[in-house]
Design a protein around this ligand. Sequence first.
Ligand code: GLN
Length: 271
Amino acid sequence: MTLFEALTVAKQQIDRLDARLLLQYATGCSHTDLLARPETPVIAPAYAQFSEWVARRAAGEPLAYLIGEAEFRGRVFQVSPAVLIPRPETDILIELAREKLQGLEAPKVLDLGTGSGIVAISLALECPAAQIIAVDVENEAIFVARNNAGRLGANVDFRQGNWFAPVAGEQFDLIVSNPPYVAAGDPHLALNGLPFEPQVALTDGADGLSCIRHIIAHAAAHLKPGGWLLFEHGYDQGQVSRNLLSAAGFKAAFTHPDLAGIDRVSGAYFQ
Ligand code: GLN
């Protein structure tokens, strides 16, 4: 079996780019190797790995879980099925957080439900003056996130626990979160590889707003005067998020769309 033959067979079963990437990861060959020396034989263990991955990909398993990594904001993060795969729409949460941190001297930031750590780690690397604490209820997520921070050289204080429990008595200049916000029974949960992702990170098992409600209800006690709360949410949760923020006494509630023009992040400050 040559590189060319392996790729040809796989491309009949899965997306051609996925097939190429999986072959590169299985064999250690670069894209250039594939183009320049397609007749190179694929050794048996590499072919066995490749075939297994192609079959799993064909069954819907996300590429990121097969190769164990995914990119976010130009950095490579390790992922496992214990954490969500980074989504490009989370970019806007980072951009807005950076905007709120601008001009603050040594801001304290809290990331709730950090998962693989992409939000906390991106902020730590892009706002080096900030002190970042990141919380997740899942030990396995904390393990993945700590590992990512170590590999990327980010200084983040990771703590295991339920939402605000690990930061009792502490106050922040900024609280950010990408909580589970998909409603239970949303048909979306059955599509695009989502069944392979941790359901606890995707859905609250209720109307999609229970984690957002919990965060809003407890955020004020953990914000310094004028501190901001920013969180990601679903396409139809902008208005209700602003209403919840205003009802809880937050000021200047706003919603920002993602790059696809979909309502994605809401936020407000507490005086
Ligand atoms: N944006 C993700 C999705 O629609 C959901 C992420 C989340 O629940 N935090 O697949």
